[in-house]
Design a protein around this ligand. Structure first.
Ligand SMILES: [Cu+2]
Length: 368
């Protein structure tokens, strides 16, 4: 049920896609790509992002990434609720990769023999072969290297897509992340003027479908495969039991709040591989928002809430103007408060009375 040979949907379309590929582009040869400079990037766990230049300092290069797939139980809530997670590099979401337009992304994907399932990766930023899914399907004990050219700018989802019913199951078990392809000369606002960020955070939103026992308590399983039948039943109801940022309830709140200072500009990249969401920064705004995430389109200005379509990643640029704790939520507030989709920004700095002040402290209602 889970091996590469048996993942028919992926394998069949993948083979067809490979057969249909031309030998190579007429203008760029393998030798040309071999001659390009190479850079090896060490990925970091979200919400943090590996160091990168916003404006490319050189011409296109081959950017090398490595991700190891980890199947492992993960606690997703303070009450101990467990998900038999499948992850890229051990985190939900997988790490954010950053390259520039016309760079080549070269990913080595490792499926250790301690795993039990076949996995692959479909990059929405890539062109052909199921976004690479048709060329990267690997069994436990195998690794594979894929190269694709980052031709379009923007933030894009990547996810596992090993075929048929395995696809949604792997995605809602944690196998998703995002890549950001920056324009070589950096980001630009709605007027075409360059804009920069001082900090970047990556938030990957997940919908989880944890089965319950007869008493209504969340069930746990020895392995991902053991829970499969029960989980699919919950998935088919389309109502998640948890909607969370970065893998669990509270992963970005309290001590784990994302930090910034008044006057700093923050780029928030937000992905959802499976389900629509509507990020909102309580007490702040999106100065510039690439709601669909694609930098070839001018950003929208001054948004209150933005819409991230399931299967996409968007980004919002905001310069913090007031200190304090900001909640960053999915503004379906039931999902934010009851199901877990809340993060915090902790912002230091000086309060601006002009923007807001409490004119009079609370007191008993005046009687005339
Ligand atoms: Cu997978």
């Amino acid at each position: 049920m889970f091996t590469r040979r048996e993942a028919l949907f992926g394998a069949a379309i993948g083979a067809a896609a490979v057969a249909a590929m031309p030998a190579f582009s007429a203008t760029i040869t393998q030798a040309d790509i071999k001659a390009l400079p190479r850079e090896k990037i060490k990925l970091v766990a979200p919400p943090f992002v590996h160091p990168h230049d916003q404006v490319a300092k050189t011409g296109p290069k081959v950017v090398e990434f490595t991700m190891t797939i980890e199947e492992k139980p993960v606690v997703i809530d303070a009450d101990g609720t467990k998900l038999n997670a499948m992850t890229y590099n051990g985190t939900i979401p997988g790490p954010l990769m950053v390259v520039h337009q016309d760079d080549y992304v070269e990913l080595t994907l490792i499926n250790p023999d301690t795993n039990s399932l076949a996995h692959n990766i479909d990059f929405h930023a890539a062109t052909g072969a199921l976004g690479g899914g048709g060329l990267t399907l690997i069994n436990p004990g195998e690794q594979v290297t894929l190269r694709f050219k980052a031709t379009r700018t923007g933030t894009f989802v990547y996810h596992c897509a090993p075929g048929g019913p395995m696809i949604p199951w792997h995605v809602v078990s944690g196998m998703n992340g995002a890549i950001m392809v920056l324009p070589r000369d950096g980001l630009r606002n709605d007027q075409g003027k360059p804009v920069k960020y001082d900090r970047i955070f990556y938030i990957g939103e997940s919908d989880f479908y944890i089965p319950r026992d007869e008493k209504g308590n969340f069930k746990s399983y020895e392995s991902a495969g053991d829970g499969y039948d029960d989980i699919v039943k919950v998935m088919r109801g389309l109502i998640p039991t948890h909607v969370v940022f970065n893998g669990k309830v509270g992963s970005l709140t309290g001590d784990n709040a994302m930090k910034a200072k008044v006057g700093e500009t923050v780029l928030i990249v937000h992905s959802q591989a499976n389900r629509d969401t509507r990020p909102h920064l309580i007490g702040g705004h999106g100065d510039y928002v690439w709601e669909q995430g694609k930098f070839a389109n001018p950003p929208a200005k001054d948004l209150e809430t933005w819409f991230i379509r399931g299967g996409s990643a968007g980004s919002a640029l905001y310069t913090f103007l007031q200190p304090g704790i900001y909640a960053y939520v999915n503004h379906n507030l039931i999902e934010a408060v009851e199901l877990g989709a809340t993060a915090h920004f902790m912002v230091e700095g000086t309060w601006n009375d002009d923007l807001m002040t409490q004119v009079e402290a609370p007191k008993p209602i005046a009687v005339n």
